[in-house]
Design a binder for this molecule. Structure first.
Ligand SMILES: Cc1ncc(COP(=O)(O)O)c(C=O)c1O
Length: 338
C-alpha cells in the first residue's frame, strides 16, 4: 500500500492481498483470451466479499470518530449487510441492519437462510421492512439510539461513498503489483457493479497509478433498471473524485474511463437470468469456483457474453474481479440445481 493511504483511518479486517489466479479451463471452454480471477471472495471476513475492503476504511473512520453503533442498509440478502455485521462483531460495535424487501424471490427460505442467517449469527439487530419503509425506519431508529446516548456511525448502502471506495483504489494498486509479478499484461478488469463503490475505487486507483490508458474497467450492471443507469454512471465519477480527493491526489477522473454494460441485467436486481445460471454451472464445473446468482454470476454471464461476441479479441488478459456473494446460494439453490 502506498503513502497516500497511510494517513487515513483504517481498521484491518481483510486477508490481503487476495490471490490472483488463472482460469485455464474456463479460457479453454470459451476459446477466449487468458482469463484470471482476483479472489476478493477470499477477503476472509464472515465468508468474504468486496465489502470488506470498503469496511476497512469505513469502520476505520467510525472508530476514529468514537462510534459504538453502526447502522447500514441493504436488500434482505445483502452481502454488504452481512460483512458489516461481521466487522462490527469483530470490533465490538453494535450493528443495526435495515433490510428492504425489494426482490420478488419466492423461495420460503429467503428471509431466514443465506446472508440473513449469517447476519443473525454475527449478532446484528435486523429490521426487515418493506422498501418504502426504509427511511421512516431509519429516522425512528436514529432518534431511539440518540435518546439512548449511542454514538452512531451510518454506512450508506453497499458501503459506497468516497471513504468506502478507498478500499478499491488500494485494490487496484494491489492488482497492478500482482499482475507485474506474474508477468501478466493486464488489459481488462470486469466485475459486478451496483452501488458504484467498487468501480469508482478501481478507477481512482488506476488513475492514481497513471494506468487508465492501458487498463479498461468493465462494470456489469446488476442492479439498476435502464432509467437509473445515467445516475449510476454519474455516481461512479463522483465517488472516484471523492476518493481521489481524500487521497490528496489533486486529480479527477476522466469520465471516458467509465464503462457500464447493462445488457446482462435481465428482469431486475436479485433475479438471475438463464445466462447467469449457466455461468454459475460452467465456472463451477470448469474451475471449482463458486459464484452467486445476484452479483458475481451475473457479471460472469457478462464476461462470457462479451467473449462470445468477440469483445476481447486483441485483449492480452482479462481479470474477473470476484466480488463474493456465495453466502446467498442456499436461497437460490432450487433454481440452480434442477
Ligand atoms: C457480491 C457483490 N458483488 C458486487 C457488488 C457490487 O459492488 P458495488 O456495490 O460496490 O458496486 C456487491 C454489492 O452489494 C456484492 O455484494
Amino acid at each position: 500500500m502506498t503513502a497516500p493511504f497511510d494517513d487515513l483511518p483504517r481498521t484491518p479486517l481483510a486477508h490481503l492481498p487476495t490471490p490472483l489466479a488463472s482460469m485455464p479451463r474456463l479460457s479453454e471452454a470459451l476459446n477466449g483470451p487468458a482469463l484470471w480471477v482476483k479472489r476478493d471472495d477470499c477477503t476472509g471476513l464472515g465468508t468474504g466479499g468486496n465489502k470488506t475492503r470498503k469496511l476497512e476504511y469505513l469502520i476505520g473512520r467510525a472508530e476514529a470518530e468514537g462510534a459504538d453503533t453502526v447502522i447500514t442498509f441493504g436488500a434482505v440478502q445483502s452481502n454488504h449487510a452481512r460483512q458489516t455485521a461481521a466487522a462490527c462483531a469483530a470490533r465490538g460495535l453494535t450493528c443495526h441492519l435495515i433490510l428492504a424487501r425489494k426482490v420478488p424471490w419466492q423461495d420460503p427460505t429467503y428471509e431466514r437462510l443465506g446472508n440473513v442467517l449469517l447476519d443473525r449469527m454475527f449478532g446484528a439487530v435486523l429490521h426487515l421492512v418493506e422498501a418504502d419503509a426504509v427511511n421512516s425506519t431509519y429516522q425512528s431508529l436514529k432518534s431511539e439510539l440518540a435518546t439512548a446516548n449511542r454514538r452512531v456511525f451510518v454506512i450508506p448502502t453497499g458501503g459506497s461513498n468516497g471513504t468506502g471506495a478507498l478500499g478499491y483504489a488500494a485494490c487496484a494498486l494491489e492488482l497492478i503489483e500482482q499482475a507485474a509479478e506474474a508477468g501478466l499484461q493486464l488489459t481488462d478488469i470486469l466485475h459486478a457493479t451496483s452501488s458504484a463503490g467498487t468501480q469508482s475505487g478501481l478507477l481512482a486507483g488506476l488513475a492514481l497509478a497513471g494506468r487508465l490508458e492501458d487498463i479498461r474497467v468493465h462494470g456489469i450492471n446488476v442492479s439498476e433498471p435502464a432509467d437509473a443507469v445515467p445516475a449510476l454512471i454519474s455516481r461512479i465519477g463522483e465517488l472516484a473524485d471523492d476518493a481521489l480527493a481524500l487521497l490528496g491526489s489533486g486529480i479527477t477522473l476522466d469520465r471516458d474511463a467509465i464503462r457500464v454494460d447493462s445488457s446482462f441485467f435481465g428482469d431486475g436486481y436479485g433475479l438471475p437470468t438463464p445466462a447467469t445460471l449457466d455461468a454459475l454451472r460452467l465456472v463451477g464445473s470448469t474451475e471449482g469456483l463458486l459464484l452467486d446468482p445476484v452479483y458475481s454470476g451475473k457479471a460472469m454471464s457478462g464476461l462470457i457474453g462479451k467473449i462470445r461476441a468477440g469483445h476481447f479479441e486483441g485483449s492480452e488478459s482479462v481479470v474477473f474481479l470476484h466480488t463474493g456473494g456465495s453466502a446467498s446460494l442456499p436461497v437460490y439453490g432450487e433454481a440452480i440445481v434442477r
